[in-house]
Design a protein around this ligand. Structure first.
Ligand code: SF4
Length: 256
């Protein structure tokens, strides 16, 4: 077992589900290092937000980027050194608001990086403003009377843009996270996991999702884009988690 701990003081709220994501990622690193991946060849990138502290707590190469620029930074790192395994972390504000243009184009290019989005449906670090994935009616500091907007569907957008590995995970399920993260990192091409994550301080969705989260069946992932799009569009009833879509396609780096 590789020691991946650091001496950085953790300032996430006690009980934050970021701790689960962090633990799952460390387990994945240990699994992959055991399988022969080099610890020195991993690079984790983050944007700005509560998630953005995650590189402080993992003893591997890392780069904390600007708000919404983590995907572009991760692409640059990968293109500059093809031997690296690059994993980018982002918040929903990062990836789906400020960074949406980088997300769409990384998916379109099929750059060989992984993106793990801590989708807590709120700007947590700045104390509770609505993000693109906040539910309609969400009351926070920027929407005191309730958000009038329908939430954005990130997986539908990345499927349309050309992502070759598209998954959803539940932040309260460390084993499920570990499995999907590992598969995303091993996928050759642009892999995204939308991690539904309760923010226990500003958007505590634990009860809402508790009985709704269901794993995708054994006939998933599909390589049928239409079937995957139809599945990720489901927005009432159960919330499926797992890998929806995976295909082989030439990666950007091989073509430049
Ligand atoms: Fe976690 Fe929310 Fe606290 Fe941020 S504000 S550390 S996401 S519980």
């Amino acid at each position: 077992m590789t020691d991946l701990s650091t001496s950085a003081k953790n300032t996430w709220c006690p009980g934050c589900t970021n701790f689960v994501i962090l633990a799952a990622f460390k387990n994945v690193l240990n699994d992959l290092i055991t399988e022969g991946y080099s610890k020195d060849n991993f690079v984790m990138v983050a944007g700005i937000g509560c998630h953005g502290k995650i590189p402080d707590f993992v003893n591997i190469n890392s780069f904390i980027s600007l708000h919404g620029r983590d995907v572009a930074t991760a692409e640059g790192i990968k293109i500059a050194n093809l031997g690296l395994t690059v994993v980018s972390f982002a918040g929903d504000g990062d990836a789906y608001a400020e960074g949406i243009e980088h997300l769409v184009h990384a998916a379109k290019r099929n750059t060989n990086i992984s993106l793990f989005v801590h989708n807590n449906q709120v700007f947590g670090l700045t104390t509770g403003q609505a993000t693109p994935t906040s539910p309609k009616g969400y009351k926070g500091r920027s929407t005191p009377f309730g958000s009038p907007e329908e939430p954005f569907n990130p997986l539908l957008v990345v499927l349309a843009a050309g992502a070759t590995f598209v998954a959803r995970a539940w932040a309260m399920d460390p084993n499920g996270l570990r499995d999907i993260m590992k598969r995303a990192i091993k996928h050759k091409g642009f892999a995204i996991i939308d991690i539904i994550q309760p923010c226990i301080t500003f958007a505590d969705t634990r009860e809402f999702y508790k009985d709704k989260i269901v794993p995708l069946g054994s006939d998933w992932p599909t390589n049928d884009l239409g079937k995957a799009m139809e599945k990720v569009r489901e927005n009432s009833g159960p919330v499926p988690v797992g890998v929806f879509y995976e295909i082989d396609k030439p990666i950007f780096e091989d073509q430049i």
